[in-house]
Write a protein that binds this ligand. Structure first.
Ligand SMILES: [Mg+2]
Length: 208
């Protein structure tokens, strides 16, 4: 029996695309102004990646200068989102699932918390965790383990639901928790996780 569900936030509960245009304008300008040595194609690819993955990883991968990394990090530390946000339509099923629910998200703590607030979803979860690479070496797997210990769940009593095979799916596998890949756009194959769903409703059958 599944007693707990651990959800990712970005692109699992709401589409990042719905907020990224306005949200990252300031950051995109900083990148454009400090892009010496980067090709135009790299700059555009990096901007796209930033909407999906932690800034630090993207910055390293695309070879941002130390100066750009520092300026951008400073900017992102203070960034919040304060406009209305809309969860995916099928998020409503998450609310009805009969299990303890946790939210574990990676990103700058102020920004992630502002998104949780604007989505109005904090009350749907027993606890919300923000893993901020800016202030901790810990990753999601540490939080997953922490949840198991704190609430006395066995690994087989928990499912992780997320959109990213390289993030929560990989991290959950590393600590022996079963994984559910939320893939509404069918970008991946079933091989990337224990289960693949295209609608949050489908978790209902997995927790019986
Ligand atoms: Mg995500």
């Amino acid at each position: 029996m599944i007693r707990a569900l651990i959800y990712d936030l970005d692109n699992t509960i709401y589409p990042v695309k719905s907020i990224s245009d306005g949200l990252f304008d300031g950051l995109y300008k900083l990148i454009d102004d400090n892009a010496d040595g980067l090709s135009l194609a790299s700059v555009e690819a990096a901007k796209e990646e930033i909407t999906r993955r932690p800034f630090q990883k993207v910055a390293d991968e695309f070879g941002f200068s130390d100066e750009l990394k520092e300026e951008a990090t400073e900017y992102l530390r203070g960034l919040t989102y304060s406009k209305p946000m809309q969860a995916y339509d099928d998020y409503r099923y998450v609310k009805t699932l009969d299990a303890d629910k946790f939210l574990v998200t990676t990103g700058f703590v102020k920004l992630q918390n502002s998104k949780v607030k604007m989505l109005g979803i904090a009350a749907d979860f027993k606890q919300v965790y923000v893993v901020d690479p800016d202030s901790t070496e810990k990753t999601k797997r540490h939080i997953f383990t922490q949840i198991l210990e704190k609430y006395n769940y066995k690994a087989e009593e928990v499912l992780i639901v997320g959109d990213d095979p390289e993030s929560e799916i990989k991290e959950a596998k590393a600590v022996g928790i079963k994984t559910v890949l939320y893939d509404p756009e069918k970008r991946y194959t079933a091989a990337d996780a224990d289960y693949r769903i295209t609608n949050h409703r489908d978790v209902g059958e997995l927790i019986l």
